[in-house]
Design a protein around this ligand. Sequence first.
Ligand code: ZN
Length: 295
Amino acid sequence: MTRARSEQQAIREDIFRWLDLRRNAGAYEFSRAELINYSFNGERIPLLDTGRGIRNPADFDSTLTIMTSSKKTEYSDGISPEGLVRYSYQSRDGGDNVKLRNAYNDADPLVYFLGVRAGYFVAFYPAYIVHDDPSRREVHVALDESLRFFDDPLNLKETERRYAERLVKARLHQPMFRARVLRAYETACAICELKHAELLDAAHIIPDSNLEGVAEVTNGLALCKIHHASYDQNLLGITPDYEVRIDRDLLEEVDGPMLRHGLQDMHGRSLMLPKRKAEHPSKDRLAQKYALFAA
Ligand SMILES: [Zn+2]
């Protein structure tokens, strides 16, 4: 028995709201455990299917979520420059393609979970299936809602492509970057050690418009809001040897406790580094950015 269509829609909307709430509270990744324990009006509705990349609840007309594990995303996040991901349906299960095709035909919004490490995911929603190719047994999922309004998402016109690529950089790579950086720094500001995810950003050392590999942890720093803004504005610098410097004029200014403790007291501190050496911030990029501060 499938649920009433209106109830299916209500559940989808509630899932998006629930993810929003968690994200606003600072969550930068979702564990498998919390995703399989999502509940709607007291009824548990797992958002992931054990051992499978797709969640097709028996009482839903169409696919609820699609998941790509971290094994596949360790080196690239699998998002095309246009903001699409390809998902191949399993040939052994005839049900997958029926519900995927329903999601495509009915434009049902779903959640796309991208693995960021074993058992942890970032969520993209509402995502839409914008292309179905039964002969190749694959669909394309648009991770940003606006992408589904293109006439032919697999063959974008030049202006559409430029728009899509900008969007992907700004909106789609950011969640992966944030998850990787905050995890590497154990959810603490690298400068002041503040440990509230909702007050932390994944800051770029060099702005990502300059870069190919935007989600690289070595181009990132976990910083609290005030230190992130100070770093971007060159009021605060970090030497390639991981030492924090405060702008000279700012050091001489006299003001309240935020200036004194939040900024001036940081002068000369050593940056907190990720445990894994491979995740340490790039000295080259720190040097490039420090030159702007020192100038
Ligand atoms: Zn801080």
